[in-house]
Structure formats: structure tokens, C-alpha cells
Write a protein that binds this ligand. Sequence first.
Ligand SMILES: Nc1ncnc2c1ncn2[C@@H]1O[C@H](COP(=O)(O)OP(=O)(O)OP(=O)(O)O)[C@@H](O)[C@H]1O
Length: 331
Amino acid sequence: MDMMSQAIALSKKPHIIVATPGRFQDHLENTKGFSLRNLKYLVMDEADKLLDMDFGPVIDKILKVIPKERKTFLFSATMTTKVAKLQRASLMNPVKVEVSSKYSTVSTLLQYYLFFPLKHKDCYLVYLCNELAGNSIIIFTRTCNDTQRLALLLRNLGFPAIPLHGQLSQTKRLGSLNKFKAGNRNILVATDVASRGLDIPLVDVVINFDIPANSKDYIHRVGRTARAGRSGKSITLVTQYDVELLQRIEHVIGKKMDLFPIGSKDDVMLLQERVSEAQRIATLEMKEEQQQKKGSKRIRSEGNDDDFRDREDRDIIQYNKLGKKAKKIRR
Ligand SMILES: Nc1ncnc2c1ncn2[C@@H]1O[C@H](COP(=O)(O)OP(=O)(O)OP(=O)(O)O)[C@@H](O)[C@H]1O
């Protein structure tokens, strides 16, 4: 929804507003007649995230202009000392309710790791996707760039992968998510934008392509599977540089992960040639995309059709093109 239609909705004085902090602050500053004088309850979901470096300053501003006489609820699977700071700063008589004094993952989640040298990372991922074909999988990466690259790489090999990251427009993000939810694409490659809050019942496996640097992110990521009593698997890829991070996560969750059972290293390496070719094509496609992006920026700045920004159509064409390329690789 755009700002204007939201302003109209707000003028009708809704009883409940669900908002991201940035947009909320925007309305506080720019929407005439929008006031929070009567606010009674403030709920912060993923509270530790809302109070971190990215959101903290905006939240501070919002807290300053809402009534002190209110009930505040903070929710999250993980908490930080920053929440404690906030409790001291603006909560009266706070009560803390914990399911467990230790961070825990559910017992229906089977947690595995795979250990191999960094140079074979893509190859192991492709091997896993092949082994797990038919499952619905979320693959987490550290950067938007890797998300895009891996989605292209997997598509080049014929896997129905789709990227989701913060640099996509809202429309495209929703589009990706819907395709995944509907089962049209059963591999979602995502950054941590997808690590919290997503409630998709059919996720069978979470793969941490990059091991999360923060153990709390691990808990949120693997929580995308094995939800509401269902079973699920997580597989964390570990290279020679990640051993310490793995140990730290195991310490935080109070569990040791098992080695994911796969064939021999030779079985994995059989894929290497095809993976290398798909990597080469993915790199070219990334370059092509970047050039097209530059082109679209130029067109936009010249004042042409704004819809050019929505590259959904072009992506479909590209997907078909990749489909052909994938066949070529198989032969
Ligand atoms: N008591 C319950 N009985 C059955 N299903 C439930 C119950 N509570 C929640 N669920 C279902 O479990 C799923 C997860 O719930 P919800 O999204 O509220 O979890 P959450 O704790 O907010 O997760 P996260 O913070 O990790 O995103 C939802 O599909 C919800 O409908």
C-alpha cells in the first residue's frame, strides 16, 4: 500500500495498526491528524531485532512520542541485553516470561552439518539439492549477491530455485514468496530477510549455505521448518573456516549436530564439471543483469515508463532461456 492510501486508512482511526518502524515513523512525521495520544498497547514482535542497530534509532523516536501510560509486550525466540536496556528505560514493573532459560530448538527438528573444503561449496550444495529433490527447501546465504548467484546457478542446472532478498522491490519479494508458498518453485534462496516470522507449513529442509555468524540468527533460520509440531531438517554447510562458529552454535542450542549422511566425496565430485559450467553461465548472467539494471536506471532518469522497474516479465523470459541452457548442460 502506498503512503496515501495508508493515510486514508489511518484517518479512520483503526483500533489496531500493524507496521514496520520506518513506515510508522514516516506517518508520524508526515500524515496530518495522525496521533497516538490514545495508544494503550504496544507490541513488538522480533523485539531483539527491532532494538538492534538497524531499527533501534527509529524505535527510540517512536517511543518518545507515544503515551508512557501503556502496556508494552516484547516477543522473540531470542533476546538481547539491549531489550533489558529498553526495559530499564521505558517499562514500568516489567515481567519476563520464558519458555526455557536456554535457547532451544524443537525436538522434531533434525539438525545436521556437512564438512568440506570451501572450494567445493557450490558442488556440495548442488549435490544436496539433488539428493533432496522433491522437498521444499530454504537455502540461506549471507549476501544478496550470493542469493542471486545461487538461484541462477541452481536454475541453470534445472532446479526450480527462486531468490528472495532485501534488494528486490516489495512486489518482487511478495512474488517470490508466493511462488514458493504455492509450490511452483520449491527452492527458495534467501538472505536473513526470510529468517524470521515466515510461517510456511511446507518447508521440509533449511540449508545454511553460509553458516550464520550470529548464533541467534541460526535459531530463527532453522525455525522456518519443523513448525507447529511438524518434523523438519536443517543442514549447515561447514568449511575449514567455520568450525568455531559451528561449535558456538552447538553451545548456544545445547545440542551436537550430526554429520549429514551422504555418499562418498567422489559421488559429489562427479558433479563438478556440470557445476563449473553452470557457475560460468551464472556469472555471465549476473553481469548481464547488472548491465540491464544500469540501463533501466538510465531510462528511468530520462523520465520514461516507471513500470520498467518491475522486471517480472523479463525474469520469466530469462527463466525460459535458462531452461534451455539447463538442457544443454545435461546433454
Ligand atoms: N496452539 C496451537 N495449536 C496449533 N497450531 C498452532 C498453535 N499455535 C500456533 N500454531 C501454528 O503454528 C504456526 C507457527 O505459529 P507462529 O507463526 O505464531 O509462531 P512464532 O512463534 O511467531 O514463530 P517465529 O517467531 O519463529 O516466526 C502457525 O501456523 C500457527 O497457526
